[in-house]
Write a protein that binds this ligand. Structure first.
Ligand code: HEC
Length: 194
């Protein structure tokens, strides 16, 4: 071997040894954290009918306009979390009679020539399974699809409110987080009186 080659191989070997050493220190001495970086706020618990509905959802082309369970398109509505905003009855009625049920003019669902006209014509049992599936797309508090912000103090939310909320709103609307706070205090007082 030439001198240059020796130096080159030596440097490469040194880098490999250092990398392995770092790996060993981090892995085997337990410096890696098992704690997740973010708390998981999304989960899906489907019943047997809900799972059948999920299958129908995938077979019936809903994906071409919707997003749910982490996949699909962003063309239409995101359906994740819809089970926390609407009842099973509403969802079934929307699928079956979209124009009567939706509180605005429909664009996709409804009678021909609307593009999702085929949905209301699906067999009743299928529509029910689809509605059950949709009703089980729950949004946990604090998830991106939930209406309620994460629990606890958040300097970020406070700063955003200070920046964006018009003064009039403070008198007109209540901060949901104050409601949780007063509930917690009630709880503490009750616990204290024992
Ligand atoms: C051609 C595109 C398209 C297809 C395909 C489609 N949708 Fe929709 N969907 C829409 C649009 C657009 C809306 C908003 C309401 C409207 O204008 O029709 C909507 C709304 C919804 C809503 C929300 C109703 C509400 O009140 O928030 C649900 C639930 C829904 N669709 C379920 C489905 C299911 C289940 C399928 C498959 C069987 C499906 N959609 C297929 C376009 C589509």
């Amino acid at each position: 071997m030439k001198k240059g080659e020796k130096i080159l191989f030596g440097v490469v070997a040194l880098i490999v040894i250092i990398a392995l050493g770092n790996f060993a220190v981090l892995e085997w001495l337990g410096f890696t954290s098992k704690k997740p970086i973010f708390t998981v706020v999304t989960h899906y618990d489907f019943s047997a009918e809900g799972l059948r509905g999920f299958e129908l959802y995938r077979q019936s082309d809903c994906y071409s306009c919707h997003r749910a369970v982490g996949s699909g398109t962003n063309m239409g509505l995101n359906l994740d979390g819809i089970g926390s905003n609407h009842s099973l009855d509403y969802l079934y009625n929307f699928l079956k009679y979209p124009e009567k049920t939706y509180r605005a003019k429909t664009v996709g669902h409804g009678l021909s020539p609307k593009e999702a006209d085929y949905v209301s014509a699906l067999p009743d049992a299928d529509l029910h399974a689809l509605a059950v599936f949709l009703s089980q797309l729950k949004a946990d508090q604090g998830s991106a699809t939930a209406f309620e912000p994460p629990k606890g103090e958040s300097g970020f939310i406070d700063a955003m409110l200070d920046m964006w909320v018009p003064d009039g709103w403070r008198n007109q609307f209540k901060d949901v987080r104050d409601r949780w706070k007063s509930k917690e205090q009630e709880g503490q007082q009750r616990d204290g009186s024992h």
